[in-house]
Write a protein of this length. Structure first.
Length: 178
C-alpha cells in the first residue's frame, strides 16, 4: 500500500462561519491559572479540532488576543467561544448553575482513572485542568462531582497541560460518540 500526503485544501475542513454554526460537543474546558501562553493556544486548537463548546479562562490564564497564544492556536481563538473569570470558583459556580457535571483532571485520593471514566453523549461536562506546577486548586476540587486521573507509568508525575487536554478531550469525545 502506498500513502500520499493530503493537501490542506483536500481535508474538507469547516470554514469559520460553518464552524460557528456546527453543533458543538457539550463540553467546556476550564483552565485554572495556566501560566504558559503556548499551552493556552494549544488548548484552543484542540478545542477547535473536537468541536468543544467553550473554554473558560480563569485567574492568571491569559486571554486572546495575544501574539504568543496565536502562535499555537493558529486562529482557533476566532472559532472557539471563550469567557474569562477572575477566579476558577466563579467559573465553577456558573457551570453548576448551568447543570454541568464538574470533572477535575488531577491526581487525588479516590480519583477515577480515565480509562474507567464513563460519560454519556448528551451530558454537559466541564473538564477542569490546573496550573502547570500546582495543578487544580483544592478549593475547586472540593466543588467537583468527580476527579479523573490520566494513568501514567513512567518516572514523571504529570503531563504537560496541553498534552493532558488532548488526551482527555480525545477520550471523552470518543466515549460521547458511542
Amino acid at each position: 500500500m502506498k500513502y500520499r500526503k493530503v493537501a490542506n485544501d483536500e481535508l474538507n475542513r469547516l470554514s469559520e462561519d460553518d464552524f460557528k454554526q456546527e453543533q458543538k460537543q457539550p463540553i467546556i474546558i476550564v483552565l485554572d491559572n495556566i501560566r504558559s501562553l503556548n499551552n493556552i493556544g494549544s488548548v484552543f486548537r484542540t478545542a477547535d479540532a473536537f468541536l468543544i463548546k467553550a473554554i473558560y479562562l480563569c485567574g492568571i490564564t491569559a486571554q486572546p488576543p495575544h501574539r504568543e497564544i496565536q502562535k499555537t492556536a493558529l486562529g482557533a481563538t476566532e472559532t472557539v467561544e471563550w469567557k474569562y473569570f477572575s477566579s476558577t470558583i466563579e467559573a465553577v459556580n456558573e457551570l453548576k448553575s448551568l447543570n454541568h457535571k464538574l470533572i477535575a483532571i488531577e491526581q487525588t485520593e479516590n480519583s477515577t482513572m480515565l480509562n474507567d471514566f464513563k460519560c454519556s453523549k448528551d451530558e454537559p461536562l466541564a473538564l477542569i485542568f490546573g496550573n502547570e506546577v500546582l495543578g487544580v486548586e483544592q478549593e475547586v476540587i472540593n466543588e467537583v462531582d468527580e476527579v479523573v486521573e490520566i494513568p501514567q507509568y513512567g518516572t514523571k508525575h504529570s503531563l504537560n497541560i496541553s498534552v493532558s487536554v488532548g488526551v482527555v478531550v480525545w477520550d471523552v469525545f470518543n466515549k460521547m460518540q458511542q
